[in-house]
Design a protein around this ligand. Structure first.
Ligand SMILES: Nc1ncnc2c1ncn2[C@@H]1O[C@H](COP(=O)(O)OP(=O)(O)O)[C@@H](O)[C@H]1O
Ligand SMILES: [Mg+2]
Length: 358
């Protein structure tokens, strides 16, 4: 398959702009994830690629094949897009056996009996469900139903696989196993895949690249590592992993470093941000990157311990200091009501304070 290209895709429902001017390219064999909070436009984008809803403007194409072009009025019907789709709800036909569920899309494509049987065997073997071919969906567990839904999407060898929160109905342990298994299968088949989830841990674990969305906008597109370590804005920093936001103001920038004054007057030296942040700013730093130190010093903040929680492998404390409330994680317990913590300059990013700042 050639690359899938979304170009300035916009989808409106009345006054709601569900998808706002999104452009991106998904490479052959790539596993790309749309990640964002509920209602940010992930499913709407996915369904428009499948042709299940009608985009307002922009284009969708696979290589030179145009699937949708708002300006030219082109919209290829879903069954001619050659795309496999798996929904959160699985949407298996309850009155058909597993084998009959898989046969249906093949009959639609007018494949003969022998070839149908061969493809069904192949697809069920891929998802390790061959022994269940004659069962009905209600005779299967949630995890098994999800595998059948995947087999049904793969059985006609689509050029593109679209998965809309396919694991969200599984319990936590099963979900973790299923995502590893799913990723291995995707790599083996080398099928270009777009995955939708609101679960950032899942996105970080399975994706080649992640497209972070918020309110219909594409906020950042990058590898899991790029997005985690170098978030483009305060929204991404907050949504991926968890970040502390310490409010402050800029003193000045020099040599790639910024000097920042926190709310209580404490000064910090941090990596200069992408935002110029002339006015109010936030210093974003992840709890696990903050170091416990013995006393005052460069980039150290005196904190009051408000509350501690033992998380099994680390201790997490809610603290106040530098004029903000934030969280730290340590491997040993903190004795007493106050402590000093150090913010490593390379562990902090600054963003302009704005509506996204938390
Ligand atoms: N058919 C529709 N009619 C009106 N509004 C819709 C429709 N489908 C989705 N929306 C709106 O578009 C926005 C994005 O929805 P959706 O893509 O389902 O979000 P997500 O999958 O990220 O949770 C939401 O505000 C939702 O209410
Ligand atoms: Mg959705």
């Amino acid at each position: 398959m050639a690359d899938l290209v979304l170009d300035r895709l916009t989808i409106r429902y009345g006054d709601v702009t569900a998808v706002n001017d999104i452009s991106l390219t998904v490479g052959k064999g790539e596993f790309l994830t749309f990640l964002g909070p509920s209602g940010c436009g992930k499913s709407t984008t996915l369904f428009s690629i499948a042709g299940l809803n009608h985009a307002t403007s922009g284009t969708i194409r696979i290589g030179d094949t145009v699937l949708f072009d708002g300006q030219k009025g082109i919209s290829v019907p879903p069954e001619r897009r050659d795309i496999g789709l798996v929904f959160q709800s699985y949407a298996l036909w309850p009155h058909k056996t597993v084998a009959e569920n898989l046969a249906f899309p093949l009959k639609l494509r007018k494949l003969g009996r022998a070839e149908r049987d061969e493809r069904i065997r192949e697809a069920l073997s891929l998802v390790e469900m061959m022994p269940y071919a004659e069962r009905y969906p209600f005779e299967l567990s949630g995890g098994q139903q999800q595998r059948v839904a995947l087999a049904r999407a793969l059985v006609y060898r689509p050029r593109l696989l679209l998965l809309d929160e396919p694991l969200s109905n599984l319990d936590a342990k099963l979900r973790e196993r299923a995502r590893v298994w799913l990723r291995e299968l995707q790599e083996r088949l080398n099928v270009t895949t777009i995955y939708v989830t609101h679960d950032q841990a899942e996105a970080l674990a399975v994706s080649d690249r992640i497209a972070v969305m918020s309110m219909g906008h594409l906020r950042q597109l990058g590898t899991p590592r790029e997005i985690y370590e170098n978030p483009a804005d305060a929204f991404v920093a907050d949504f991926i992993g968890s970040s502390n936001f310490l409010t402050g103001s800029m003193i000045g920038e020099a040599g790639g470093r910024a000097r920042v004054r926190l709310g209580d007057g404490t000064e910090l030296s941090v990596l200069a941000g992408k935002a110029s942040a002339d006015g109010g700013l936030v210093v974003a730093v992840r709890p696990e990157r903050i170091e416990l130190v013995g006393g005052p010093g460069e980039n150290a903040i005196r904190v009051e311990i408000a509350q501690g929680t033992y998380l099994g492998s680390v201790y997490q404390y809610e603290v106040t200091g530098g004029g903000s409330r934030f969280r730290i994680q340590t491997t040993r317990p903190v004795e007493g009501g106050t402590a000093f913590v150090r913010i490593p300059p390379e562990a902090a990013a600054i963003f302009a304070a704005g509506p996204d700042a938390k």
